[in-house]
Design a protein around this ligand. Structure first.
Ligand code: PBG
Length: 339
């Protein structure tokens, strides 16, 4: 590049500091980058459905599919090849198996457990995370047991312990309680330890907000139509931030190994506060609605979807996240590999 003469603009007093110098070319920009995104930062959420030979597209999440158990090894194989460290399984349960107490969650042969065993056998090197919450199994679409119109905390925690131990027994490595009941991290930790699963890690959805951005996910697992009311008596109010730190403090004291903030992009301030306050491995969930917004705009030609996805993931890193659950995981890993 030639000389850029500015003497007409700054006669005799050029600015001493020109921040544009460090942005001058690609190698300088790479050299001074403060954050990096790598494949090691990604967790891929995977939807599982009953049946055989199924790969169903989720209508509200173009590009995202539900896989039947027999198609999972192939799908997860791609994640393994790309070097993605972990996947997170979400089952879409047959409505006939849903009950008010969500007891299918503790059936050793339920869809999640079969999926875990299938993946463990085919790909022992990838980490398997499972949600701990009753919504996929509950006929009211709630994360817990509804008694007189209210999600009963302590009764739900008992069911969650059973669900957690059941999933650990199937081979799950990392359990993510996403139910927001009080006291569940300590209770689940105790339950796992008593059952001999000391090594199974807990990633607590500690700061989980009552969010409109979960809409497409509820379609994907088929809990949306069933949901009676909303989840505001257990998920957090989007107006609150100090409360997120109280949630995290309890979960850390009760034995959480990692913390999660959810949703992601609208809550970057919470990620930053959580990381700075506790210093635990902190993850963010770029949820279904965040994915759907970027995809919808990209599919309409309104923005460059790939660039927007990469930028949003870098924003999580900048905010302090150590890892991100994202439906873009496969595309992003591919892009990071090929450059
Ligand atoms: C339920 C659960 C939800 C998500 C993950 N686990 C939805 C909810 O709380 O209703 C949402 C994830 C997404 O939107 O991508 N325990």
């Amino acid at each position: 590049m030639g000389t850029h003469s500015n003497f007409a603009a700054f006669p005799g007093r050029y600015p001493a500091t020109r921040l544009r110098r460090n942005r001058h070319d690609d190698w300088t920009r790479r050299l001074v980058a403060e954050n990096t995104l790598t494949v090691n930062d990604l967790i891929w959420p995977v939807f599982v459905v009953e049946g055989t030979d199924q790969t169903q597209e989720v209508a509200s999440m173009p590009g995202v599919r539900r896989f039947s158990v027999d198609r999972l090894s192939e799908a997860v194989g791609r994640a393994v090849e790309l070097g993605i460290p972990a996947i997170s399984l979400f089952p879409s349960i047959d409505p006939a198996l849903k009950t008010p107490d969500g007891r299918e969650a503790s059936n050793p042969d339920n869809l999640v457990c079969r999926a875990v065993r299938e993946i463990k056998a085919a790909h022992p090197q990838i980490g398997i995370m499972c949600d701990v919450a009753l919504d996929p199994f509950n006929s009211d679409g709630h994360d817990g047991v509804v008694v007189d119109g209210y999600v009963a905390n302590d009764l739900t925690v008992e069911m969650l312990i059973r669900q957690a131990v059941n999933q650990a027994r199937a081979g799950c490595d990392l359990l993510g309680p996403s139910d927001m009941m009080d006291g569940r991290i300590g209770a689940i930790r105790q339950g796992l330890d008593e059952a001999g699963f000391q090594h199974v890690r807990l990633i607590s959805y500690a700061a989980k907000y009552a969010s409109a951005f979960y809409g497409p996910f509820r379609d994907a697992i088929g809990s949306g139509g069933a949901l009676k009311g909303d989840k505001k008596t257990y998920q957090m109010n989007p107006a609150n931030s100090d409360e997120a730190l109280r949630e995290c403090a309890l979960d850390v004291a009760e034995g959480a190994d990692m913390l999660m903030v959810k949703p992601g992009l609208p809550y970057l301030d919470i990620i930053r506060r959580v990381k700075e306050t506790f210093g635990l491995p902190t993850t963010a969930y770029q949820v279904s609605g965040e994915y759907a917004m970027i995809r919808a705009a990209a599919d309409n030609g309104w923005l460059d979807g790939e660039a927007a996805a990469m930028e949003s993931l870098m924003a999580f890193k900048r905010a302090g996240a150590d890892a991100v659950l994202t439906y873009f995981a496969l595309d992003v890993a591919q892009r990071l590999k090929t450059g």
